[in-house]
Write a protein that binds this ligand. Structure first.
Ligand code: GRG
Length: 288
């Protein structure tokens, strides 16, 4: 039986140590910006994307180490997206991970620069891995054809209903692409076979959808204190979420279905994929 919290914590520790080291190596960063960068990264959230990259790498080669730089890059990109998403021109949030958002603490201009800086750092970390294809796929997943494109669709769709198919596309880009590329990169860096890389990509894809549906559900029924952020925003902004479009029960069923598909994608793997199986369960059962 896998203890998911312990698994996430163990991988988060590796990632946090590397991120701390990387941040401390930077020279010439103005003190105030350095402090704000550090504030944005620590303490972290669940560190889910790094755990997925490290976990997928372990599945194919028994060792998470080859994926450590990519895991850090993914968390840097994820953190930049949260900092920018919290800005008044986007979701306008005051609380993130139980603390004041970066722009509330350091001002909007600094928050924009923190996001920009984190993104540049992500691709610098990736240069330590001589794997241009991994860097390219992460750039594609996080850029205009991935996360940034999804965020654009999200902002554009605010205030009016869009059909479920468009919501699915929006989610696939905004949240799904980074989760998918996390497992895919881990599998690539662990030198998985094409079949293994494809299976772990499928797993990431279904897990990304399950994650986003649960995120929508938590926004509807979640506990602000447990989540460390404000809920009910989607409804207030008349966003087309899964619960809004298909109802809570059906949204919960779809999240389970996506999780089951993620598990099916792992069918050919043995017990070494148990942590990823447990993470899929965790994603649909999580409360934050
Ligand atoms: C601003 C370019 C740009 C993109 C923003 C990811 C994103 C796109 C916005 C975040 C808004 C949001 C709540 C999206 C839903 C899914 C999501 C990414 C939730 C937060 O991720 P967690 O739960 O966060 O993994 P922690 O704090 O655990 O790291």
């Amino acid at each position: 039986m896998i203890d998911v919290s312990a698994y996430l914590a163990a991988h988060a520790k590796r990632v946090d140590e590397m991120l701390e080291r990387f941040l401390s190596m930077y020279e010439g960063v103005p003190d105030g910006l350095h402090e704000a960068l550090h504030y944005s990264l620590f303490p972290g959230g669940k560190r889910l994307r790094p755990a997925l990259a490290l976990g997928a790498c372990e599945v194919v080669c028994g060792d998470p180490a080859p994926a450590l730089h990519a895991a850090c890059a993914l968390e840097l990109i994820h953190t930049y997206s949260l900092v920018h998403d919290d800005l008044p021109c986007m979701d306008d949030d005051a609380i993130r991970r139980g603390l004041a958002t970066v722009h509330k603490k350091y001002g909007e201009a600094t928050a924009v620069l923190v996001g920009d800086g984190l993104q540049a750092m992500a691709f610098e970390v990736l240069t330590h891995v001589r794997a241009a294809l991994v860097a390219r796929e992460i750039a594609q997943a996080s850029g205009p054809g991935g996360m940034v494109g999804g965020q654009y669709l999200d902002v554009e769709s605010e205030g009016h209903r869009i059909p479920l198919e468009q919501v699915r596309r929006l989610h696939r880009l905004k949240t799904g692409a980074l989760i998918r590329v996390a497992t895919r990169s881990g599998a690539r860096l662990g030198k998985g076979t094409p079949t293994q890389i494809s299976a772990l990509t499928q797993y990431g894809e279904h897990l990304g959808l399950a994650f986003q549906i649960v995120d929508d559900i938590l926004d509807e029924i979640g506990d602000d204190d447990v989540m460390g952020k404000r809920s009910g925003k989607d409804r207030a902004r008349n966003k087309s979420t899964y619960p809004a479009l298909v109802g809570l029960n059906e949204a919960q069923r779809l999240a389970q279905e996506a999780k089951d598909r993620a598990l099916q994608a792992l069918a050919a793997f043995g017990p070494n994929a148990d942590p990823l199986r447990a993470l899929a369960q965790y994603v649909v059962e999580r409360r934050r």
